[in-house]
Design a protein around this ligand. Structure first.
Ligand SMILES: [Zn+2]
Length: 85
C-alpha cells in the first residue's frame, strides 16, 4: 500500500452515486442478506428522521436524520448499496 489521499477524492464517485433517484438503488441487508431496492423497504417517519427497515427481517438498514442545517445518513445496516448506471 502506497499511502492515502484525503477524502476529496470521493467527490467524483459520490456525486455520481447521489445524482439519481436513490430509491432505485439496491441494498443488501447485513442481518439477513435480503437484496431489494430501497423503494421496497419499510420506512418509519419520525419528526426529525426516517428509519428505513428491511422488508424481510425488520432490522434497520438506514437512518436519515434531518436537522435544519444538515442531513446525516447512517448506513450500517447495509452490506452494500448498488447503483444502476
Ligand atoms: Zn434483513
Amino acid at each position: 500500500m502506497v499511502g492515502h489521499v484525503d477524502g476529496n477524492v470521493l467527490a467524483g464517485p459520490l456525486s455520481e452515486l447521489f445524482q439519481f433517484d436513490v430509491t432505485t438503488a439496491s441494498a443488501r441487508c447485513v442481518s439477513c442478506g435480503d437484496v431489494a431496492t430501497l423503494a421496497c423497504a419499510m420506512v418509519y417517519v419520525e419528526p426529525a428522521s426516517l428509519i428505513v427497515r428491511c422488508r424481510n427481517c425488520d432490522d434497520v438498514l438506514m437512518v436519515i436524520v434531518q436537522e435544519p442545517d444538515l442531513t446525516c445518513i447512517e448506513l450500517r445496516g447495509m452490506a452494500w448499496l448498488q447503483v444502476p448506471r
